[in-house]
Design a protein around this ligand. Sequence first.
Ligand code: MG
Length: 388
Amino acid sequence: MQVTAIIAAGGTGTRLGAGVPKQFLELAGRTILERSVDAFARHPRVTDLVVVLPPGSHLAASRAFGGGDRVTLVAGGARRQDSVANAFDAVPPGSDLVLIHDAARPFVSEAVISRVIDAAAESGAAIAALAVSDTVKQAVGEDDRTFVTGTIPRDMIFLAQTPQGFRRDVLAAAVTLGRQGVEATDEAALAEAAGHRVRIVEGDPDNVKITTAADLERSRLRVAPVAATRVGTGYDLHRLVEGRPLIIGGVEIAADRGALGHSDADVACHAVTDAVLGAACLGDIGRHFPDTDPQWKGASSVRLLEAAIDTVRAAGFQVTNVDVAIVLERPKIAPHLQRIRDGLAAALRVPVERVSVKGKTNEGVDAVGRGEAIAAHAVALLTLTSEG
Ligand code: MG
């Protein structure tokens, strides 16, 4: 049996934004139209496809579809039924069964397509539809209010989806009625008007029609790659002594005391390095940069942080943001915070907007409060962008 799928993508509405018809909007890198076309191109029983594009759009400029030379492109008409009529003219002569699918339903499953093919082949016409679980009210509007006029048994109500499938002669009769001026919002209605019985098969709640901005947002979330996030903390403290420079986040700050240590004793870089390595579960600064290793002797702590970033990036992580609190009694570091942020952001290789640095004092309490030490706390959030 030869089965042709018509993908109706002739709509020109740009209400969902970006100035392009909604079927050309992307969900995780592929357009809604491409996803709809692919669902049928991949289906083992669909032999060829006819894709209806908006009139006036450059057919040649349309993206290549997975179906390759099995796909014919045609221009749409003013109404949906005109578009389907144009597409019907392009259906190959040998086709026994024609499916019509709305391009705005990119999540149609192979099972739903199969059910429609089977039922249409057997009964002449079939649509996917959803049973209703809510109580259904009939109502009338009066001024700006709405009043119930009756309750409709819900087992009589089905919500039509696509695909809708027709034996070729049934669709030919429906298209002819449409050309004679009968108006309908779907092909099943035209087939009914032409005197054919249309069978209902079970649709799929996931086979949504993307109509509103909220539909689009939900659809984007549905196909978004799962971004695993990891959080890590870091802490560091160094004694403050006379005769040493005070370096914080790679920035030298004028002070009468500096931090004591084997390296430049940069508490901000050390705490952030530990937070970043910790988020990736890749150990700590002492393991990666032992002070016994000549490679790191005298190295700027900014270099250690850069090397830690290379390590976590090699493991598939990107830094989402970092927040640092520096605890120092004096001097005031507020005038230097922006330079410290800039330095850390450069080492982290992220925009400065993703790095926060705060200065605190310890209110005169304990060693930090007495000016005998400087401490830093850091939190880093990483996103796992690729599973090793
Ligand atoms: Mg340290």
